[in-house]
Write a protein that binds this ligand. Sequence first.
Ligand code: THU
Length: 126
Amino acid sequence: MTDRELLNIARQASENAYVPYSKFKVGAAVECEDGTVFYGCNVENAALGSTICAERGAICKAVSEGHRDFVRIAIWADSENYCMPCGACRQFMSEFVKDMEVLCAKAGGRYVSYPLSKLMPYTFNY
Ligand code: THU
C-alpha cells in the first residue's frame, strides 16, 4: 500500500470524528506487518479528558483484534499545520513497536513523515 492510500483511509476515517467541542476532526490508519489496516477517528467527551484521539482509537482496534506489529500510521486533519500526534499517542504507539513510520498530513493532503523513534526518543518503559 502506498503512503497516499493509507492517508486516504485516514482521511475517510476523519469523517466519522465526533468533535462537538473542538470541531477538529482527525483520522488515523495504522498498517500492520501483514498489510492489515485499522482506522479510527477522535471521539470527544463532555468530560474533555475522556476524549480519545484518532491514533489511539485505531491502535486499540488493532490490538483488540490481535495485531501489534505496526509498521506505519497515517494521521489526517484538514488543518493548517501538519497534524502531529500528541504526546500521549506517541507514548501509546511506542508501547507496541520500537519504531514505525508516522505520516502526518494537513489540509490539501501534503504530509511529512518521521520515524516514531525521532518523535518519541527515550520512551518510558519498564
Ligand atoms: N487529537 C487527535 O485525535 N490526535 C492527536 O494526536 C491530537 C489531538 C484530537 C483530540 C481532540 O478531539 C482534538 O484533536 C483537539 O485536540
